[in-house]
Design a protein around this ligand. Sequence first.
Ligand code: SF4
Length: 656
Amino acid sequence: MKPRYLTKTRFKLACECPAKLYYTAKKEYPDKKNTDPFMLSLAEGGFQVGELAKLYFKGGHDITALGYEESLAQTNELLKQENVTIYEAAVLFENLFIRADVLQKRGNKLSLIEVKAKSIDTNEEEPFLTKSGYVNSKWKPYLYDVAFQKHVIVSAFPQYSVNASLMLVDKHALCPTDGLNQKFKIVTNERGRKGVVVEGVSPEDFRPRLLTQINVNDIVEIIWNGRDQKEPQPLSFFERIDLYADYYGRDEKIQTPVSAECGKCEFKTTPEEEVNGLKSGFKECWKHQLHWTDADFEEPTVLDVWFYRGKDKLIEAGRYKMADMVEEDIAPKSDDKEGVSTSERQWLQVEKVKNGDASAWLDKDNLRAEMESWTFPLHFIDFETTMVAIPFNRGRHPYETIAFQFSHHQLEADGTVCHKGEYLHTARGVFPNYDFVRALKRELENDEGTIFRYAPHENTVLNHIYRQLKEDTGDIPDRDALCAFIQSITHPSGSTADKWESLRDMVDMWPLVKRFYYDPHTGGSNSIKQVLPAVLNSSDYLKSKYGLPIYGAKGGIPSNNYRDWQWIVTQNGKIADPYKRLPRLFENIPDEALDLLVESDRLADGGAAMTAYARMQFEEMSDYEHQEIQSALLKYCELDTLAMVMIYEAWREWVA
Ligand code: SF4
């Protein structure tokens, strides 16, 4: 039997919720976040960072063995040397096991360097602590990770003094050379494992450095002494480690009180997974703690109330279901603007559950007034973007926004719809942003029609490119025209120094959904991926129009990526989710899993596209595979803008 050691990943999981340790890596408990760590780093744009860090510590030895025994034996053998640098060093103390990113030995001194693909503002005086001297919650998982590793190393090697530091991406650093990120390539070995090979780097690639090393010994002391947060913990840092390791070793669950955090639990199942005999960790916890039966889970819980901060209070008071809520829990209040305020919308959601009312709500008058202010033709656009740690070009900062794809639907005054245009930039190692804006300009500069986006993302991205254009010292012949175009369809975001006002500023459909429309079938979510199936289920107009194979058909709706496609298809008495009928971007990983991994300002629905782009940039693949990914990306993005068209069409039907 494989030993059951507490590793740094498992420790991190237990810090989120100790009960999760029991469910992790068990086939019978589906895990929505369970994906290859390599895919995770791809999705986050930082897969090259670990390899770049190794280059800063020349002459190190890579522990490539994966098994516990072999990796420990290799590490211990190397540690016999007086001075040595080890990458992925394996260290075991009792039932705690770590693989340290970099471990340096100099005589009787050990240095642990934990590398993270996370950017840091090096101008900040004390980035890791709050003003009151507690650990900043943003950095807590990273610092706990180092504190855990240092504890293991200190315990395993008491004869050494141990230094701990974090190596992070310096937000203000400038990339020293062109093409640096293309020197890190993803390859797949004969056993199907992906890895990174580094080719052609030169000393110039490290001057100046993109990564910065920060000593965190003091912070580790604060964590070890339990002074990292205001509220005292019932168990010390070391007692928690012992508890987690003990229960994990015996494969016993640490029964943990349910809380608002359960809403984000990755151990939830879909009905299909349950039919297939898989188990829900979430349900097991709630059944155990609250003595619930399967029937209880049929009712919406307080966890589902949209954007509501009082969940823990209700749970503490023993009220778990929306049906148990009363108006005072939310105290809905108008904000004197058109439509509903946040609290009014929350109460609308709860009230509909309490009344068993599944009908959609629409503020017809205000929505109609808003719609009457729009100018035809209407344009619906959506961007796919990413951020890569190592920039494409010299002089660029790490994690600058890269805009690589858009889709554009156009709708005429007579209701005619067409997929007007699209853009996808996949050429390797080429910074696409200016070309992206040129293509967008060609699409939108031909009339004064209203432009729609869903969420602030498109405005943020265009502001970012505006600043890049302004700051770029290179020769860009159409710089002024591109900046003027961006100004014409956006408003300045907080960090843009220039100020302007545009009569054609893009209209965000997301706040319109939030203020004027609520459909209980969305389950309280305003993500376009939830709103689309809801409107398809409720709109007779959409059902009759898209219930025929007219999309991409001769004489039907022109499309760039679909042929004779019928969007409305019934499965088990319900309209099938259009997104679920698209080809997957990745064979073995649901797109939703990748979306969950990416935290960004948009509606967390771009993770799969980001990962696909990163693969096309950095992975060696066949032309066929490349084509397949491109084709899937184009289909996804086209559906994103078609979804906006469909929401508009349903509203037009309902306000008439
Ligand atoms: S359901 Fe709640 S208590 Fe159970 S594992 Fe998930 S987060 Fe923890």
